[in-house]
Design a protein. Structure first.
Length: 118
C-alpha cells in the first residue's frame, strides 16, 4: 500500500498549486479520499474529502471557494487544486484513504510541504 503526494512547494500569496496523491496497493474505488494539513505547532485538520464514488465532496470552512478536490479513477489519483493561497495555508499536507466498507482500513501519505510566502 502506498500513497505518494506531489505538487507541493513554495508559492507567493494569491498563487495556486495543485497537489496530487497517487494510490497503489489497494482498491481505489472502495476508498474515500481526503486531504488533511498540519501547520507548525498545530493539530492536523481536515481540508477536504471526496466520496468513494466521487459524487460528494466536503470542505473545511477555511478553504471553501478556494480549494477543489477531485479524483481520477483511471490514474488512482486524488487532486487538491488550491487557489488564492494565503500564508495561513502554509502546512504539511497529507493524503488519506479510508475504506468505506468493513474493515475501514485507513492509510496516510508521508505528507508534502506547502509554503505560502512572499
Amino acid at each position: 500500500v502506498q500513497l505518494v503526494e506531489s505538487g507541493g512547494g513554495l508559492v507567493q500569496p494569491g498563487g495556486s498549486l495543485r497537489l496530487s496523491c497517487t494510490a497503489s496497493g489497494f482498491p481505489f474505488r472502495n476508498y474515500r479520499m481526503s486531504w488533511f494539513r498540519q501547520g507548525l505547532g498545530k493539530e492536523r485538520e481536515l481540508v477536504a474529502l471526496i466520496s468513494h464514488v466521487g459524487y460528494n465532496t466536503n470542505y473545511a470552512d477555511f478553504v471553501k471557494g478556494r480549494f477543489t478536490i477531485s479524483r481520477d479513477y483511471a490514474k488512482s489519483t486524488v487532486y487538491l487544486q488550491m487557489n488564492d493561497l494565503t500564508p495561513e495555508d502554509t502546512a504539511v499536507y497529507y493524503c488519506n484513504a479510508r475504506q468505506v466498507v468493513w474493515p475501514d482500513n485507513t492509510y496516510w501519505g508521508p505528507g508534502i510541504q506547502v509554503t505560502v510566502s512572499s
